[in-house]
Design a protein around this ligand. Structure first.
Ligand SMILES: Nc1ncnc2c1ncn2[C@@H]1O[C@H](COP(=O)(O)OP(=O)(O)OP(=O)(O)O)[C@@H](O)[C@H]1O
Length: 302
């Protein structure tokens, strides 16, 4: 659905994205990275608002910069980070107007505005001016605008910004519903790991304009399911410690505790390994809840 090869995007002399190579399937894709990492630049590039200075890319089968790339706008919905809602107009008017801007006829836009507002749970307040709306309601108007023309892909830039925990849960439930009920793919940019973890089936981690990690959440979880903390009865001798790598990748060693990504998914192998070397493994603690550590590791300077 999205593919980039060695993509480079610049703002004059500033290189905002470099060497970005990615291949992503339809689904819910989480785009994670700290401020300034290049998330918005990537979104603007695939919306056709920025031209790559180098490399190639393809969005929904259409090459970036192709003559028919402008048509892509009708297949993509965009929910920007900040709202530009008109205070003295109703949600219904604004969503219908957006539908027309996205290429629908006036009649289609009106019909679809009702459907989109119903979908985001704003059908009862749709004729009220948005000036009286809560932050959560305003976010949902923006989502309805992004969905009004039934796009194949919807891009959400920090959709939970400024929301309280209840509003966040509601927005993330809607993201899941977009994929499940509308069969629309979602690209969700966020700096909040918990949000991405909750909804995404694929993950891209950006930092300083480069991809630090990318892949399916299931793959990431499988990898995390092999992470354990090992505690031995006595400190390992240097010769035993040197052979620890036979069990998998040693991630960290501190005060006789070892964090490992085991090569064998069956942890019993670790006990056998210890026994064969005269060491006593007393505790093997799973660490698969630590997705945040993967993120920190990915963002750590090399
Ligand atoms: N119009 C611009 N002119 C010059 N440099 C820019 C411009 N827009 C962004 N940049 C730079 O490009 C880099 C990537 O910025 P970008 O806005 O894509 O990051 P981001 O991950 O979306 O951050 P945020 O979460 O703060 O929006 C940053 O170093 C930023 O300073």
């Amino acid at each position: 659905m999205l593919a980039f090869e060695d993509l480079e995007v610049r703002y004059g002399p500033v290189v905002a994205l470099r060497g970005v190579t990615l291949e992503l399937e339809p689904g819910i894709i989480g785009l994670l990275g700290p401020n300034g990492s290049g998330k918005s630049t990537l979104l603007k590039t695939l919306l056709g608002l920025l031209r790559p200075a180098g490399g190639r890319g393809e969005v929904l089968g259409v090459p970036l910069g192709a003559p028919d790339a402008a048509k892509l706008r009708s297949r993509i919905g965009y929910m920007p980070e900040y709202d530009a809602l008109i205070e003295d107009a109703s949600a219904y008017e604004q969503v219908a107007f957006w539908g027309e801007l996205s290429g629908l006829s006036a009649r289609q836009a009106r019909d679809r505005a009702h459907e989109a507002l119903y979908f985001v749970g704003l059908d009862e307040s749709r004729y009220r001016n948005v000036s009286g709306y809560s932050t959560g309601m305003r976010q949902r108007v923006k989502l309805a605008q992004a969905l009004v023309h039934s796009p194949d892909l919807v891009i959400l830039d920090e959709p939970t910004n400024g929301l309280d925990p209840e509003g966040r849960t509601r927005m993330l439930d809607l993201v899941l519903k977009v994929r499940a009920e509308l069969d629309t793919s979602v690209l969700l940019a966020s700096h909040l790991l918990q949000d991405v973890e909750r909804v995404a089936d694929q993950l891209v981690i950006l930092d300083k304009g480069e991809v630090k990690a990318a892949g399916s959440m299931a793959g990431l979880r499988r990898m995390l399911a092999r992470r354990f903390e090992l505690r031995f009865l006595d400190p390992l001798r240097p010769d035993q410690e040197a052979e620890l790598g036979q069990l998998g990748t040693v991630l960290e060693a501190r005060n006789g505790l070892y964090d490992l990504e085991l090569a064998d998914p069956d942890p019993v192998a670790a006990f056998r390994w210890a026994q064969a070397r005269g060491a006593t493994l007393v505790q093997l603690t799973p660490r698969h809840d630590r997705l945040d550590e993967v993120l920190i590791r990915a963002l750590r300077p090399a």
